[in-house]
Design a protein around this ligand. Sequence first.
Ligand SMILES: Nc1ncnc2c1ncn2[C@@H]1O[C@H](COP(=O)(O)OP(=O)(O)OP(=O)(O)O)[C@@H](O)[C@H]1O
Length: 247
Amino acid sequence: MTDKNAVAVSRLTFNYGHLRVIDNLSIDIPCGQSFGFLGPNGSGKTTLIRLMIGLLKPNNGRIEVFNQPLSRHHSSFIGYMPQLTSLYQELSVRQNIEFFAHIYGMADRLARKNRVDEVINLVELWPKRDTSVHQLSGGMRQRLSLACAIVHDPSLIFLDEPTVGLDPDLRAHFWEYFKNLTALGRTLIISSHTMDDAAHCDCLAFLREGKIIASGPPSILVAATGNDRATLEDAFLYYIRKGTGHA
Ligand SMILES: Nc1ncnc2c1ncn2[C@@H]1O[C@H](COP(=O)(O)OP(=O)(O)OP(=O)(O)O)[C@@H](O)[C@H]1O
């Protein structure tokens, strides 16, 4: 880990029409960490990720990626695994990953082929490499979606609810992949509403109604409750009550 920020968000505001979804939000996300945005349905996690990637334009505020204002130039070192997979049903595992490798500008044919093989192995889909997406299980599709997001070896990877619907065994596998990625210095920004994901993150921000109500390493957030048996769920509730004067 380093002290450099992968993403710095300052006073960010975003509205869908009259609905304020991100409300004057500021956060610094250091390089080389897994950083989780945790919040209930509708709290603004997907919107925030789409703003940090540049798919949505803020109404106000500033986003810097690796200390530069967010621009198109960043797309080559950003990976994005959306909540709903954007895979091509008729194409095989290999063809889907190759397609994303093209989009990300991997021009060298041999290097591209080697890297595609590498990520197929990484997500353990080698036996399914020539199988069409519509013949894969849900968990396999999610692994493929992860492979598509990381094929160009991005330094900054956004994962929107990456483990939703996975069985506990596969979820543990995903966290192994994620930990390997941060060990290699990559930064992971993850949205989730499950406490299981949250517990694995190096650092968390609790999101509610487009605002961050607390942030820090999971152990510190839990310790703040003053209850040594508290869970992250208890910590989330503690900060909600604290914010409303009920702590
Ligand atoms: N395209 C859109 N147009 C209008 N409102 C939207 C749009 N997308 C999201 N919203 C609203 O913005 C708010 C935040 O949605 P967002 O998807 O960012 O939340 P989330 O925390 O990711 O939720 P979930 O956990 O259910 O995925 C919600 O009230 C949602 O209804």
